[in-house]
Design a protein around this ligand. Structure first.
Ligand SMILES: Cc1cc2nc3c(=O)[nH]c(=O)nc-3n(C[C@H](O)[C@H](O)[C@H](O)COP(=O)(O)OP(=O)(O)OC[C@H]3O[C@@H](n4cnc5c(N)ncnc54)[C@H](O)[C@@H]3O)c2cc1C
Length: 307
């Protein structure tokens, strides 16, 4: 837990960010978790993964935007991406994931809503969907309020709920209605004990309670985890609640447990891979390192080999 907090604190350190971003070795490590820097890298990864029977959700990397121009550029990048996916005939299996903080949430919520609306409209026009990623707990209320606004016009806009937050069981109850797409994940930010469970077992127990609510409900659960125990429990609960395959899906991150992704596809499950791309990969990489100490060792080994 301590290592996790240290790495997540590093995620907000500008000096370290510059050092890691410009260290040549970082590229090798990043390429394990990030599809590439440009839109064509995202298109290529989508083609590769969808040809294997997987679906994808593409994330144009970036967060905590402080300039309106930057927010506008991020929104535009999504429009370009959706256009390219449509040109390549990939939208049946490819949606997008959007962080509201990347499109101006902290500057002006209305600005983020406008950008999100534009992205939803573009996705709708090419026959696909948008999911709003969930960030740290200070943004949860705002993100759920924006989701409610977007769903009035685009009811298939996906939500994300984080099992580590104490509030999440109640949020699952609220969002388990017909047509409601809800991604359930453990949660990736460093949160205080007042709002989040600190103990991993408690987080897992919360995940199972939330999973029960979503599987028993009338929405479309998106089970985002690599945890073998939780995947087994999700499978069992889907059977228990009489859900057909395809009335829920599994989701995993690009570069994490690809064998498990293929195993689930082989069983006839629907599996979506979250594919980040772009040059603002620092915060994303730090969260992946924090999840698994072995990834830090992998990173440091690569550094030592190169120096
Ligand atoms: C599709 C998807 C979307 C997500 N969206 C969000 C979001 O919007 N907001 C948010 O806060 N979090 C998000 N997350 C991250 C999530 O909250 C967790 O931090 C992350 O998934 C790790 O938790 P886990 O459930 O896989 O379980 P863990 O207990 O962390 O991992 C279980 C096992 O999975 C493997 N594993 C897990 N992580 C890694 C890794 N980084 N590298 C290598 N192996 C690994 C290991 O074998 C590990 O033992 C998302 C995750 C996924 C899969």
């Amino acid at each position: 837990m301590l290592l996790r907090s240290v790495i997540l604190a590093a995620a907000r350190n500008d000096g370290l960010k510059r050092l890691v971003t410009y260290a040549p070795v970082s590229r090798n490590v990043v390429s394990r978790f990030v599809a590439g820097e440009g839109v064509e890298d995202a298109v290529r990864a989508s083609r590769e993964l969808t040809s294997q029977g997987l679906a994808v959700s593409l994330d144009h990397l970036g967060e905590d935007t402080t300039e309106p121009e930057h927010a506008a550029a991020t929104a535009k990048a999504y429009l370009t991406l959706l256009h390219r996916l449509a040109e390549e005939g990939l939208t049946a299996g490819a949606e997008v994931s959007v962080k509201l903080s990347a499109i101006g949430q902290a500057l002006d919520e209305a600005l983020a809503v406008q950008h999100a609306r534009d992205i939803c409209a573009a996705a709708h026009a090419v026959g696909t969907t948008v999911t709003l990623d969930m960030e740290d707990h200070t943004t949860t209320d705002s993100t759920l309020a924006v989701l409610a606004q977007l769903r009035r016009d685009y009811p298939d806009t996906g939500a994300v709920l984080q099992a580590y937050l104490r509030r999440t069981e109640a949020d699952c109850r609220e969002l388990a209605y017909p047509g409601s797409r809800v991604r359930l994940c453990k949660g990736a930010y460093d949160e205080p004990p007042e709002v989040a469970f600190a103990d991993q077992h408690e987080v897992d127990r919360s995940y199972v309670r939330c999973l029960n609510l979503l599987m028993a409900g009338a929405g479309y659960p998106m089970v985002a985890t690599h945890d073998p125990r939780l995947i087994a429990i999700a499978d069992e609960r889907a059977r228990w609640y009489g859900r057909e395959r395809g009335s829920y899906e599994y989701q995993m991150l690009y570069g994490v447990r690809p064998d498990e992704q293929r195993r689930l596809i082989g069983l006839g499950e629907r599996v979506r891979v979250y594919v980040p791309y772009g040059d603002e990969w620092y915060g994303y990489l730090m969260r992946r390192l924090a999840e698994r100490p072995a990834n830090v060792t992998f990173f440091l080994r690569a550094m030592v080999r190169k120096s």
